[in-house]
Design a protein around this ligand. Structure first.
Ligand SMILES: Nc1ncnc2c1ncn2[C@@H]1O[C@H](COP(=O)(O)OP(=O)(O)OP(=O)(O)O)[C@@H](O)[C@H]1O
Length: 296
C-alpha cells in the first residue's frame, strides 16, 4: 500500500509536481499518462526516493516513510523500479542479471526458470547482454522485476521497443502481478494497451492529476464515430448535438448516452450508422480517447 501526501517537486523555479496526493492499494495496476516532460519519471523518482520532494511525503504500508533510515530500508525491500537499459551490464548474461535481482530482493532463485519460460527468453538468457537486441534487453529488464518479486513495482516505459507479441506477453505478466496482489505503477505512452490491464489511469498535467479514469460500472457509455471536421460541422448544423458531446483531436465524435432515454439512444445510433456505417462503436472512453481530450 502506498500513500502520497501533498507531494511537490521543483527543479529550480520549474514546478513539476504540485501538491499531489494519492492512495494506492495492493492488487492495483495504476497507469500514469502524460506527454513527454510532464513529470512521470519525476514522480517515480520521488516514490523510490531517488529524489527528495520539495514538500510532502511517501508512506508505505501505513507505517514506513523515508524520514528514518530503518524505515527507508524497509521500503527498499518492498519496492523495485524498472531498470533502464543503460543500467544493464554488457559483459554479464541475462541469467546473471536475474540472479542479481533475485538475490537483492527475494533471497531465492527458484522462480527464475518460470520467469524466463513465461517471457520466452530461454533461447538467449544465458548469452551475454552485448549480443541482445533492444527488445531482448527490454524483456530482460522486465524479467528482472519479476525476479525481484517485490510487492510494489514502478514500471517506467515498460513496453518501449517491444513488438506486438512481446507487448502481449508482458501485458499478461502484469495481470499475473495483479493476481499476486502486487501494486504496480505503469507509466506508458502505449495508451490503448493500458486499457487491457489497468484498474485506473491517472492523467498528469501542469503538476496535477487532472483526471482519474477508472474501469468500473460507473463509466459512461458513448457512441463513438470517426469523422473529419467538415462532416462534424455538417452534422452539428443538421442535428443539434448534446451539450456534453466530445469531438476529439479533430477526428472522433463521442456522444454520451447516459442522459438519453431508449428512444433517443436508438435515434442517435441510427443517425450515426446512416452517417458513417461501420465506423460506429459504443462503449466508455478509453485511455487514448481521454488522452486526446486532455492533450489533443
Ligand atoms: N534533474 C533535473 N533538473 C532539472 N529539470 C529536470 C530534471 N529532471 C527532469 N527535469 C524536468 O522536469 C520535467 C519533467 O521531467 P520528467 O522526466 O519527470 O518527465 P516525463 O513525464 O517522465 O517525460 P518522458 O515521457 O519524456 O519520460 C521536464 O521538463 C524536465 O526537463
Amino acid at each position: 500500500m502506498l500513500e502520497l501526501k501533498n507531494l511537490s517537486v521543483a527543479y529550480k523555479e520549474k514546478q513539476v509536481l504540485i501538491d499531489l496526493s494519492l492512495t494506492a492499494e495492493q492488487g492495483e495496476i495504476i497507469g500514469l499518462v502524460a506527454p513527454n516532460g510532464t513529470g512521470k519519471t519525476t514522480l517515480f523518482n520521488v516514490i523510490s526516493n531517488a529524489i527528495k520532494p520539495t514538500s510532502g511525503s511517501v508512506t508505505v504500508d501505513n507505517q514506513y516513510t523515508y524520514q528514518k533510515e530503518k524505515q527507508e530500508l524497509a521500503i527498499y525491500r518492498k519496492l523495485a523500479t524498472f531498470p533502464d537499459q543503460s543500467e544493464l551490464f554488457e559483459g554479464l548474461s541475462g541469467v546473471d542479471h536475474l540472479r542479481l535481482y533475485a538475490d537483492m530482493w527475494k533471497g531465492s532463485r527458484e522462480h527464475l526458470p518460470a520467469i524466463t519460460a513465461a517471457l520466452k527468453m530461454d533461447h538467449y538468457v544465458k548469452k551475454k547482454v552485448h549480443t541482445y537486441s533492444l527488445g531482448m534487453r527490454q524483456r530482460l529488464c522486465f524479467a528482472m522485476m519479476a525476479a525481484a518479486d517485490t510487492s510494489i513495482m514502478l514500471l517506467d516505459e515498460v513496453m518501449n521497443g517491444l513488438d506486438i507479441e512481446n507487448v502481449s506477453i508482458i501485458s499478461k505478466q502484469l495481470l499475473d502481478f495483479k493476481r499476486q496482489n502486487k501494486l504496480v505503477f505503469v507509466a506508458s505512452h502505449l495508451l490503448k494497451n493500458l486499457d487491457l490491464y489497468a484498474d485506473r489511469v491517472l492523467y498528469l498535467r501542469d503538476g496535477h492529476f487532472i483526471h482519474e479514469q477508472t474501469y468500473d460500472e460507473k463509466q459512461i457509455d458513448y457512441l463513438k464515430v470517426e469523422m473529419d471536421q467538415k462532416q462534424y460541422s455538417q452534422l452539428s448544423a443538421s442535428h443539434p448535438l448534446p451539450e456534453n458531446h466530445l469531438y476529439l483531436a479533430n477526428h472522433l465524435l463521442c456522444v454520451p448516452l447516459e442522459q438519453m432515454n431508449a428512444k433517443q439512444q436508438t435515434e442517435w445510433i441510427e443517425l450515426l450508422l446512416n452517417y458513417k456505417g461501420k465506423d460506429l462503436s459504443i462503449g466508455p472512453l478509453g485511455t487514448l480517447e481521454y488522452y486526446e481530450k486532455f492533450y489533443g
